[in-house]
Design a protein around this ligand. Structure first.
Ligand SMILES: Nc1ncnc2c1ncn2[C@@H]1O[C@H](COP(=O)(O)OP(=O)(O)OP(=O)(O)O)[C@@H](O)[C@H]1O
Ligand SMILES: [Mg+2]
Length: 589
């Protein structure tokens, strides 16, 4: 099992992106303008008090602490108190913004995912989408909750320190001014390389998550085929790839920091050398030199912090780009601007010359010019060999995809003119492989109608012949079913899915081999339940068994995406060879 090429983003466009992409997150910050203001004020106040600190050092050294008068002492106390209180507010509100914004982005991404067409999830693996939701948004949290504020305060301290240096001693300040551009240059060059390396490193980490997720989900297949050693080996390859990518990135980061440090210390050394001379000549006081060094270190530290954060911001730019890309993904299934109101009551279904290819297999037609009509309240069975296109008909009816040709009508309205939500509200499906959520029985049944009360849920379970086994579960309706309902048998899962459809009470019922996983005894019971359920509803039922087919008013025979015959069981037996063969081979079990 190899890692397929990711689809979510392409390498090309990231190269051109720069930090400006972070600005496109401003809509997420706008609602919290006031908090941002408080944080900014706290940030400016703390930076200013820190700058004043240098003056305190000068006072201490030149005048001595015991000779300070009351006002001077009070001033120092006030500055210190401001620094402490300001730091509290800054830390609290900046972190608050980080958490708030990253969670808002997470929510926006999730809400957007909910609206996307199913094809999107066929080409993007769930692990990658999860990585967007967790890793990328966490990166944003650290950026907004820490890095940006550190960068801003470093910029303030950098310029403030520089000004104070100039005020304290022009000659020494000039030495530093020459050093600073020399420091900035290599930083810019390295920063660029760091950006592409960061992205690669992040991508490989996402791959690891995807890989592990898939294996864990299919653990029984892995163990049954005893493929543990191979999986372990492939996973270790993935891990090593991630490590190699991270190694390249941290190498660049380390070089960047060390280069900056070498240059800073050289500058500092030169400065102290010249400064000490001036002190011994009596040009400046010892206190002035000390406060100058304090400012110089502050400036140097700011540069180091900015260079470090520059790399982080670039990683965040990568994450932001991917998140924005996901957010700008348009659903291929759109509600029309002015949707026609969903017809009420019993609904007919009409397929008019429908052809369709799955987007991931555009050359192969899953349906070829299919036309049929199901009248209000009628029950029609669909039969055909595996892969003939039966489930595909259901997918189109729910408008998970649009047909390439022809139209699908419900209640004599083209479903493209309806709001997909109101269309789906009127359709109840019992799918071929019923999927359950990792929650309890009640939650899974009430998925059909979140407003249902316990009694209604119980009734639905009873009608689906699920009550007996549910009551035998350790906690009855509150029993946890495990991830995707693994703690139930296939037949039990089907009955939960039937109960869910019963609770939804839809006008159109789509049953995809709803009873295939049941034994003869339970099947008979569920058949009876379905018979009651089908009354008064338009029902399409994909069937592999004669018992199911017998309930139908009519039968559609599908072969390789075409409708090849249509009629009652008896009529088809005499008119269609394929149907006869299907009956002999399959239906009579
Ligand atoms: N998501 C998909 N992407 C691409 N091709 C698909 C997809 N789903 C189904 N197909 C293909 O479309 C064809 C029809 O599939 P469909 O699921 O409708 O068959 P079916 O009649 O329901 O078969 P079965 O009885 O085995 O359930 C098959 O060739 C299948 O491989
Ligand atoms: Mg199918």
């Amino acid at each position: 099992m190899g890692i397929k090429k990711r689809q979510i983003s392409t390498e090309k466009n990231i190269q051109k992106q720069d930090l400006r992409i972070l600005l496109r997150l401003s809509p997420f910050i706008k609602p919290y303008k006031k908090v941002v203001m408080i944080a900014m004020i706290a940030l400016i106040v703390t930076s200013l008090s820190f700058l004043l600190f240098g003056q305190g050092i000068k006072l201490f050294i030149d005048e001595g602490i015991y000779t300070l008068n009351k006002t001077q002492l009070i001033t120092i106390a006030v500055v210190l108190a401001t620094l402490v209180i300001g730091t509290f507010f800054r830390f609290y509100f900046v972190s608050w913004i980080g958490e708030r914004v990253s969670n808002d982005v997470r929510l926006a991404v999730f809400n957007h995912l909910l609206t996307l067409h199913p094809h999107y999830f066929e080409i993007n693996r769930s692990g990658e989408i999860n990585a967007r939701l967790t890793t990328d948004t966490t990166l944003l949290q650290s950026i907004f909750g820490f890095s940006i504020s550190m960068a801003l305060s470093s910029v303030l301290l950098f310029f403030g320190g520089l000004v104070m240096m100039l005020i304290t001693n022009i000659k020494l300040a000039l030495i530093v001014l020459v050093t600073v551009p020399i420091i900035l240059l290599p930083m810019a060059v390295y920063g660029r390389r760091l950006r592409s390396l960061s992205r690669k490193s992040q991508d490989t980490v996402a791959d690891i998550g995807t890989y592990a997720g898939e294996i864990v989900q299919n653990i029984k297949v892995v163990q049954s085929f005893t493929r543990e050693p191979e999986e372990s080996l492939s996973f270790s390859n993935e891990v090593e790839k991630a490590f190699a990518a991270a190694k390249r990135r941290i190498m660049q980061s380390s070089m960047l920091i060390s280069a900056a440090m070498v240059l800073v210390f050289t500058g500092l050394g030169a400065m102290i050398w010249f400064g000490a001379k001036d002190v011994s000549n009596g040009d400046i006081s010892a206190g002035e030199l000390a406060s100058f060094v304090f400012y110089a270190i502050m400036v140097a530290r700011s540069v180091a912090v900015i260079s470090e954060i520059y790399g982080q911001l670039q990683r965040a730019a990568g994450a932001t780009e991917r998140l924005l890309e996901l957010l700008s993904e348009k659903s291929q299934i759109q509600s029309p601007e002015n949707p026609i109101e969903m017809p009420t009551g019993s609904l007919s279904i009409n397929f008019d010359n429908v052809s369709f290819s799955y987007p991931s297999r555009p050359l192969e037609k899953a349906l070829k010019g299919i036309s049929f009509k199901v009248n209000e309240g009628e029950t029609v069975a669909i039969v055909g060999l595996s892969g003939s296109g039966k489930t595909t008909i259901f997918e189109l009816l729910q408008r998970f995809y649009d047909p390439s040709l022809g139209s699908v009508e419900v209640g004599n309205v083209n479903i493209k003119s309806l709001d997909p939500t109101s269309l789906r509200n009127n359709i109840g499906v019992v799918p071929q492989q019923p999927t359950l959520f990792s929650a309890d029985v009640s939650h899974n049944i009430s998925y059909g109608d979140p407003m249902a009360n316990d009694k209604q849920i119980r009734n639905a379970a009873k009608e689906a012949f699920a009550l007996d086994f549910i009551e035998e579960l350790p906690d009855g309706f509150s029993s946890y079913l495990g991830e995707q309902g693994v703690r139930l048998s296939g037949g039990q899962r089907q009955r939960i899915a039937i109960a869910r459809a019963i609770l939804k009470d839809p006008s159109i019922l789509l049953l995809d081999e709803a009873t295939s996983a049941l034994d003869a005894n339970s099947e008979q019971k569920v058949q009876e339940a379905l018979k009651i359920l089908m009354q008064g509803r338009t029902t399409l039922i994909i069937a592999h068994r004669l018992a199911t087919i017998m309930h139908a008013d009519r039968i559609l025979l599908i072969d390789k995406g075409r409708l090849v015959a249509e009629g009652t069981h008896q009529a088809l037996l005499s008119s269609s060879k394929l149907y006869k063969r299907l009956c002999e081979l399959q239906f009579n079990h």
